[in-house]
Design a protein around this ligand. Sequence first.
Ligand SMILES: NC(=O)c1ccc[n+]([C@@H]2O[C@H](COP(=O)([O-])OP(=O)(O)OC[C@H]3O[C@@H](n4cnc5c(N)ncnc54)[C@H](OP(=O)(O)O)[C@@H]3O)[C@@H](O)[C@H]2O)c1
Length: 299
Amino acid sequence: MKVLITGATGMLGCDLCKEFSVAGDVTGLARGNRETKQCRASQLLAADITDRDGVARIVRKAKPDLVINAAALADVDFCELNPEEAFRINAEGAKNVADAAEGAGALFIQIGTDYVFDGEKGSAYTEDDKPNPVSVYGFSKLAADDYVRSNIGKYAIVRSSWMFGPCGKNFVDLVIESARKGGSIKAVGEKFGNPTYTADLTKAISGLSAKIRQGIAPSGIYNVSNEGVCSRYELAKEISGLCGLNAEIVSITAKDAGGPALRPKLSALDNTKVSKVLGYKLRHYKEALNDYLKTIKRR
Ligand SMILES: NC(=O)c1ccc[n+]([C@@H]2O[C@H](COP(=O)([O-])OP(=O)(O)OC[C@H]3O[C@@H](n4cnc5c(N)ncnc54)[C@H](OP(=O)(O)O)[C@@H]3O)[C@@H](O)[C@H]2O)c1
């Protein structure tokens, strides 16, 4: 199977290249701003997803069976301050990749986010819940989801949340780094979501894409996150306990944390739909976190 993955040097994209290179020929696309040595793609090409013609040319030549768009401007606060750039990459860029995939007859997978929701539902969001973003990032990602749903034939929008993994700086790494430097760690205690390990997410994406390609599962939106809900404060406590860190962890409000973008209060995802397709539930985030910590200890 031939797979093309954008954002191939990003936290998720890099792990996707690893997962799909086990059984397929992977072409990775990256802008070239990051370290490439962890990327396991058979070939890594330079491309900006906002270059519509360039992306179409590469996809035509690669003739992939599956295209995954993991490229995005994922810094929520940066998006808030730079809305044009956010929409250019997260909405227009995604559209370019989706159209190129459709043109090549490939299955298209768009990586989506829990931040399309306002977090006011009071319980986990299903795929049928109506999005209502509270940030530029959320709006720009929702624009991509809406385009894909209306214009692409064979697709999955995989909505995930609060990722951690070995290929990118993430909250888990930041907690460990801050604790080692000494001093207290401040983490928001009033916003809740599902921390998700990229290794578990990529396995699920691999399983889901196979089912859609075989016609066993339909195109559509799929929530995919690890089980278990917590705040960043609770997550920091968990990390601290598992790593035996000796740092004081302080719960703060989102207002105290600063940052221009609003975040949803409770953006947990209900994974029932994907669990039925895969035949298993993703494990609890605490178990996944434990595995991740063992992996980074070995580095
Ligand atoms: N991180 C999370 O907690 C989280 C949660 C939910 C959903 N998501 C979604 O998951 C996906 C992956 O996120 P991530 O955390 O892996 O992000 P990331 O580590 O920041 O990686 C994003 C990748 O996109 C690339 N990229 C950005 N702009 C590009 C452009 N114009 N053309 C080509 N490539 C471009 C970046 O390359 P350069 O650095 O070289 O520019 C980078 O490789 C995104 O769709 C994000 O919205 C993330």
